[in-house]
Design a protein. Structure first.
Length: 149
C-alpha cells in the first residue's frame, strides 16, 4: 500500500530527537495531539537501544521530576513501540553523525516517516536508496489531525 499524506502504512513512524518530541507531552503544547495519537495507538514509534537511552537522557534533563520515569514506563510497556536492532550503519547524515541512529532505525523498521525538525536530515531527503520520507513535526501533526477526518 503506498504511503499518502493521510495514512500511516502499518502504523509505523520513526521519530527523531526526543528533545523535540518531548514538547508533544506538555498538555499545553500545540504538538500534544502527536503524543495523544501515540497513546491512542494511531502510530508506532520505531526505536533502537541507542535511541531509548537518548530519550531517557533528554527526558531527565528537560522534564519535570517524575515525568521521565512516567514517560519511560509508557515507552517500555507500549505495544506501539517497536524496538529494532541495527545491523547496518548507513552513515548518510554527514554533518551530524549522531542523527544517523534515527535514520538507521527508521530504515531498519521500514518506517513510513522519519520526523525531524533538524536541517541536517536534508542531506538524506533526496536519496533513492535507502529511501526515507523525512518530514517535520508540523507536517506529522497535519497527518495525525487528518487521520481523525
Amino acid at each position: 500500500m503506498p504511503t499518502t499524506e493521510h495514512s500511516i502504512k502499518n502504523k509505523h513512524a520513526g521519530c527523531y530527537r526526543f528533545k523535540r518530541i518531548a514538547r508533544c507531552i506538555g498538555k499545553r503544547s500545540r504538538f500534544r495531539p502527536i503524543w495523544n495519537a501515540f497513546i491512542n495507538g494511531d502510530f508506532q514509534l520505531i526505536i533502537s537501544e541507542e535511541i531509548i537511552h537518548e530519550y531517557e537522557e533528554i527526558l531527565n534533563e528537560y522534564s519535570a521530576p517524575g515525568a521521565a520515569d512516567l514517560v519511560m514506563g509508557i515507552l517500555s510497556e507500549s505495544p506501539d513501540v517497536v524496538y529494532k536492532r541495527i545491523f547496518y550503519a548507513w552513515r548518510v547524515i554527514k554533518s551530524d553523525a549522531d542523527g544517523n541512529k534515527f535514520f538507521d532505525a527508521a530504515i531498519a523498521g521500514s518506517a513510513d516517516y522519519l520526523i525531524t525538525n533538524d536541517a541536517h536530515f536534508n542531506e538524506a531527503k533526496d536519496l533513492t536508496f535507502p529511501a526515507m520520507r523525512i518530514i517535520n513535526a508540523d507536517k506529522f501533526l497535519e497527518i495525525i489531525e487528518n487521520l481523525k477526518k
